[in-house]
Design a protein around this ligand. Structure first.
Ligand code: UD1
Length: 377
């Protein structure tokens, strides 16, 4: 049986790595790794392949950036040719990026079964492009692998037959658990300050809206007077920082020298961090401020308090069981929560069910049993 594993953007690489590794254990599976090229900079793509031990992609579509329609359409045109030539038994897509949606649409119209890993997450906010990608991908998928039981309920509520849904755990956490120790040993960046907060921001709703971004920067600058902020900056956000009026908010520590970094009481700007550095620096942070989906899950497992700068989350389990709270961009709310964390009064987390490092093992077994000629399911 031939499986095409699709990746496109940074979080996809982290999710696909354990699946590709697991597939190698099955001699009957021919695994084809396809990279759409949605993310293409070395620090957004290649560095993840190197660190996670992912093989070089068998197929690279090289679509690059563009509007949603341009990017999605470009992937579809190229992926259709690949599917017609390769005739895969099944296409595996992960997460909720444009590459996930585009490849699902193509596979569905060619009647190729789709397995969606991380199905059923819902923010109920159609203003997020990812929510649209999730709803459509799930509607088209034949096997829907979920990270928590709430996601199963979401899917059933949308009329998806229960027989297609499998609660298997979280592949992003498979990778975290595998690399956590190595990240501590191999991270190339050492921070001298005993305490710092770790920040990431990249949602268009936060960084493309000048007023909202100004509000965020101003509250972060306020927090940085109490605790330095390590800010790993996504390319989308960098453009805004370069043009921002209050340049005195930002400090650019000399990271390239390799010497221990001394953070200032400001927003200390770092380039997008490779996986091991990111994991290590998050694990050691006093708390994290983010609008990322994956980081809400990672901080829950690392036991690091997380404040999510959004009105909603598709990952409510990180609030009910984890270390996460939604703070939107309300300054008072953010400052209050920050004080609670700095006073060591933050809630304790527990590990969500099946976030045990074995999700990929379960997923590949189910796909094999369902689609291999001699499979048994
Ligand atoms: C995408 C995903 C988002 C995910 C995020 C992780 C969609 C709709 N969004 O958002 O869900 O959380 O990836 O990072 O799929 N750029 C570069 N170099 C790169 C890639 C992008 O400079 O290697 C710049 C380009 O200017 C581009 C912009 O970043 O226009 C946005 O990239 P894009 O892939 O469209 O969306 P992300 O914001 O990265």
């Amino acid at each position: 049986m031939k499986i095409i594993f699709v990746v496109g953007a940074r979080p996809n690489f982290i999710k696909i790595a354990p699946l590709v590794e697991e597939a190698k254990k099955y001699p009957e599976i021919s695994a084809v790794l396809l990279h759409t090229g949605q993310h293409y900079d070395n620090e957004m793509s290649q560095v993840f392949f190197d660190e996670l031990g992912l093989p070089a992609p068998d197929i690279y579509l090289g679509v690059g950036s563009g509007s949603h329609a341009i990017q999605t359409a470009a992937i579809m045109v190229e992926f259709e040719k690949i599917c017609l030539a390769q005739k895969p038994t099944v296409v595996v897509v992960v997460g909720d990026v444009n590459s996930t949606l585009a490849c699902s649409l193509v596979a569905a119209k060619l009647q190729i079964p789709i397995a969606h890993v991380e199905a059923g997450l819902r923010s109920r906010d159609r203003g997020m492009p990812e929510e649209i990608n999730r709803v459509v991908t799930d509607a088209l998928s034949d096997l829907l692998f979920t990270t928590d039981e709430e996601a199963n309920k979401n899917l059933i509520g949308e009329g998806i037959p229960e027989s297609k849904i499998r609660f298997v755990g979280n592949v992003m956490i498979d990778t975290l658990l595998k690399f956590k120790k190595r990240a501590g040993l191999e991270s190339k960046i050492t921070i001298s300050n005993p305490d710092y907060a770790f920040v990431t921001l990249h949602r268009p709703s936060n960084v493309d809206d000048a007023g909202r971004l100004a509000k965020i920067f101003s509250v972060l600058f306020e927090i940085s007077k109490a605790i330095p902020i390590l800010f790993s900056v996504h390319p989308r956000t960098k453009k805004q920082i370069d043009n921002y009026v209050c340049q005195n908010y930002f400090y650019y520590p000399p990271v390239e020298t390799g010497a221990p970094v001394i953070l200032k009481n400001a927003l200390n700007i770092f380039r997008p961090l490779p996986y091991l550095d990111c994991l290590n620096l998050m694990a050691k942070a006093k708390f994290v401020l983010t609008d990322s989906g994956g980081i809400q899950e990672e901080t829950t497992i690392l036991g690091v308090p997380c404040l999510t700068l959004r009105k909603n989350t598709e990952r409510p389990i990180t609030i009910s069981q984890g270390t996460n709270e939604l703070v939107d961009v309300e300054p008072n709310n953010i400052i209050e929560h920050t004080k609670t964390i700095l006073d060591d009064r933050w809630k304790k987390s527990s590990v969500p069910k099946l976030w045990d490092g074995r999700a990929a093992e379960r997923i590949i077994k189910i796909i094999y049993n369902q689609y291999a000629k001699n499979g048994s399911e």
